[in-house]
Design a protein around this ligand. Sequence first.
Ligand SMILES: Nc1ncnc2c1ncn2[C@@H]1O[C@H](COP(=O)(O)OP(=O)(O)O)[C@@H](O)[C@H]1O
Ligand SMILES: [Mg+2]
Length: 269
Amino acid sequence: MAHIIVVGNEKGGAGKSTVSMHVATALARLGHRVGALDLDLRQRSFGRYMENRRAYLDREGIDLPMPDYRELPDIAPDQLEPGENIHDRRIAEAIAGMEQQKDFILIDCPGSHTRLSQVAHTLADTLITPLNDSFIDFDLLARHDGATGKILGPSVYSEMVWSARQMRAQAGLKPIDWVVLRNRLGAQQMHNKRKMGEALENLSRRIGFRVAPGFSERVIFRELFPNGLTLLDLRDIGVTGMNISNVAARQELRDLMVALKLPGVEVAF
Ligand SMILES: Nc1ncnc2c1ncn2[C@@H]1O[C@H](COP(=O)(O)OP(=O)(O)O)[C@@H](O)[C@H]1O
Ligand SMILES: [Mg+2]
């Protein structure tokens, strides 16, 4: 059975689609069979990223490992059982169509609370939550007293993960391994960075997640999308003399892949 990786955070612009593309492609490059779904049916950034990759490979006549990206199936209303939710059925069918053939299924979620995203969280063996290094983003995980640094209580998103965990426990499924990943870390802002680090460490023990080494703010992440490329593809498309920033970014991706501790994955790049 496939190991399901969900990338979620109810905030837009946190880096979910970028992380989804990099993790899915890294796994495909390591020789695993990877299925991919985009639940952001409106923006479809992850789906668009995959389409750009396909178009680039066709145009250039090169072959690079590619996750098997699938659209959610359409379900006609008359195919539903009485009382059955259409979103639940769409995601269930998408997964049923892949779980026997794939080692991993990567699911990118929208930056808002939707039924699809909620269901996906209950299916997660691993949940990755990218988080911008800002207390505005932290506020979706927990309410935090700015003066004392004290955690006052969980916020909407961590409440949702908590209920997904409850549902999994009731169904006898293994617990979600929740990994929070700091994204777009700046070279400056040492004070904010340290404060965020402390707040996350503090919160991780309270609500049960691990903090993975994160990604720095780097222009390269924005340049890769139009051709559907990832940091790991640069050498194969003939980029020689990788600059220091690209090498460092690749190392950050490597560190993330190691930190995820995915079953059967030996990170060799
Ligand atoms: N580490 C990073 N450095 C620079 N830009 C980044 C980084 N991570 C993401 N971005 C950019 O931030 C924007 C939002 O990222 P995206 O992955 O679409 O977030 P989400 O899916 O959570 O809405 C995109 O323009 C993306 O290229
Ligand atoms: Mg997105």
